[in-house]
Design a protein. Sequence first.
Length: 177
Amino acid sequence: MDNDKSYKEYLADITTFIFDVDGVLTDGSITVTTKGEMLRTMSIKDGFALKTAVDSGFHVCVISGGSNEGVRLRLKGLGLTDIYLGVHNKIEQLNAYLDLHSIKPENVLFMGDDIPDFIAMKAVGLPCCPQDAAPEIKAISKYVSHKNGGKGAARDVIEQVLKVQNKWNGNFDAQYD
C-alpha cells in the first residue's frame, strides 16, 4: 500500500465499509445495570449514514469482539445484514467476508479504534479511526477522523466516500420537492 497517497485518493474506489462497534460506533463506554446488562449509546447521525450506505449499494459490515444483542438489533434495523459479534480473530473474519463477497482489500475502508483492530486494519486499502483511537491505531490509519468514536466518526467517513462517488445527495432533492 502506498502511504504517500492522500486518503482522499482512495475514496472513489471504496465499495465496502467495515466497522468495529465499541469505540467506533459507540464512545467505548458501557453502562452496567444492576442486572448486569451492558448498555451502549450509538449516534443517530452514524445510523443515518450506515443506512444511507446500505441503501446506496455498499457492502457494510460490522466485526466486533463484543456480543451485545441490542447492538445487533440496532444494526439490523438500519439494514445491515453482515454483523459479526463476539469475534476474537478479526483478520480471519475479515478475510472470510472478503472471500464470500469477492471483495478486493484495496476497496475496503475499515474503521477501528484499538489493538484488536490492528491486523485487520493493516490488510485493507483505507484504514481509518476516530480521533480518540489508541495511538497505535492512529499510527497505521490513513485517515483520522476529527470526530470521536460514537460521536459521528462513522458518519464522517461514510459521507466523504458517498460524496466523492456522487451518492450522498443522490435523490434527496427529488424526494423533498
